[in-house]
Design a protein around this ligand. Structure first.
Ligand code: ZN
Length: 165
């Protein structure tokens, strides 16, 4: 991974007001998805959450940034795919989406899908990060083709990705 990519990722996080870590105590457990905030980062660690309660360690219960976005219905990325192949490759595309999300969540568990609608020739996806929408768009393009367009809103908080054939 190049340095440029990392800088941009960091930049995106800075512009995301939900990413403010100051409001969380260490440790905090998200009651909605079970992620744990520990040592300044959110981790998916079921053992850690279990260990905390077994050892009687007090932890805060507060929704993680991703679950707050889901509850507020505030996506940071929107991906729309309008293509004929959506109709015939539904299962393959679904599998690809699942694999991409799984992989991205290993790196950052706050990358989540908020909404996923499959129509005849259209897919509409909302994500908690712009990065995930971009990544999904790029992977679907790579596998099935199409024209990819990425637009940032004026304040750069919302990334709109469209893939058309
Ligand atoms: Zn959560």
């Amino acid at each position: 991974m190049g340095r440029g990519k990392d800088t941009r990722k960091y930049d995106e996080k800075l512009k995301d007001p939900y990413m403010d870590k100051g409001i969380y105590k260490d440790p905090t457990v998200c009651p909605s998805c079970g992620l744990v905030f520990h040592q300044k980062r959110w981790v998916k660690d079921e053992k850690l959450a279990q260990e905390l309660s077994e050892r009687g360690i007090k932890f805060d219960l507060k929704d993680c940034p991703a679950c707050r976005k889901i509850k507020d219905n505030y996506p940071f990325g929107i991906l729309e795919v309008n293509a004929k192949y959506v109709k015939t490759k539904k299962e393959e595309i679904n599998n690809l989406i699942r694999n991409v999300v799984e992989l991205e969540q290993k790196r950052n568990p706050l990358e989540k899908i908020m909404k996923l609608n499959f129509d005849e020739e259209r897919i509409y996806i909302e994500t908690t990060t712009g990065h995930l929408s971009k990544k999904l768009g790029m992977k679907i393009k790579k596998a099935f083709g199409g024209n990819l367009k990425i637009n940032f809103s004026s304040d750069q908080r919302l990334v709109r990705v469209s893939l058309t054939d």
